[in-house]
Design a protein around this ligand. Structure first.
Ligand code: NDP
Length: 232
């Protein structure tokens, strides 16, 4: 079996951390983007145990300079699969208390971040094997599933991400790069909260199954962690 090289953003905790864990467990090589010193410290034991298969890099997906610095290190080797996972919940506002500064910040991370990172790593993907890019989005960015309102920043940023990924899949099809949107389920993490029913392990196992099985006909589509198509 050929092990592959994965790049993942937002690896310090939650779903991203679990991706790193499971990829290392099955023998793959991981370059992990981590925003803070605290996050780097949290991943250090995994790095030490990985025998060189986990490389840690600082990365803030909302900062152009940080993304460029990250890319310059990651691009030393080909990239087989990129997982754009980093995200923020934004302030949970109603119409009465929308915070426009927070909204722009949420867009910078959730919508623009994945585009920045994908674009910066394109040369590595073009040198890589299966050329797959998975984007962790949310069902909260599904227009037809929204019957509740609220959460303006988060919902709108994920809708923008979804359109960006549909665009990417069109623009990159000619290069053989597959792009897919994944809803991880409602997962027990800092973002998902303690009442979430799904452990990160199960969510990530499901998403890795989908990424492993990704074919050209899936590119530009939106699936949940169980492989069910999510309506736009
Ligand atoms: P967490 O809040 O637990 O973790 C978020 C991760 O993203 C952290 O590693 C965080 O780093 C990182 N991050 C945040 N901002 C940036 C940034 N600017 N640059 C780089 N990294 C950043 O969230 P989850 O693990 O639950 O969420 C992961 C993804 O799954 C997100 O995209 C989220 O929208 C999506 N999702 C989650 C759901 C859930 O139920 N949990 C449901 C639907 C979607 P740091 O530690 O430095 O803050």
């Amino acid at each position: 079996m050929k092990y592959m090289r994965y790049v993942i953003t937002g690896a310090s905790r939650g779903i991203g951390f679990e991706f790193v864990h499971q990829l290392l467990e099955r023998g793959d090589i991981v370059d992990a983007g981590v925003r803070s010193e605290e996050g780097l410290r949290r991943l250090e034991p995994l790095r030490r145990a990985s025998r060189g298969r986990l490389r840690l890099h600082t990365l803030d997906v909302a900062e152009e300079r940080s993304v460029r610095g990250f890319a310059s290190k990651v691009l030393e080797e080909p990239v087989d699969v990129l997982i754009n996972n980093a995200g923020v919940p934004g302030l949970w506002c109603t119409l009465a208390d929308v915070d426009y500064v927070d909204m722009l910040r949420t867009f910078a991370v959730n919508a623009l971040g994945p585009l920045r990172v994908t674009s910066a790593l394109l040369p590595g993907l073009l040198r890589g094997g299966p050329r797959k890019v998975a984007h962790v989005t949310s069902r909260m960015g599904s227009l037809s599933s929204n019957h509740e309102g609220g959460a303006y920043a988060y919902r709108m940023s994920k809708v923008a991400l979804n359109m960006g990924v549909r665009n990417l899949s069109n623009d990159l099809r000619g290069h053989g790069i597959l792009s897919v949107l994944l809803h991880p389920g409602w997962v027990k993490t800092d973002m998902g909260g303690p009442d979430a029913p799904l452990p990160p392990r199960e969510s990530v196992r499901g998403m890795l199954n989908i990424i492993d099985g990704l074919r050209a006909e899936h590119s530009g589509r939106f699936f949940d962690y169980q492989g069910e198509e999510v309506p736009w």
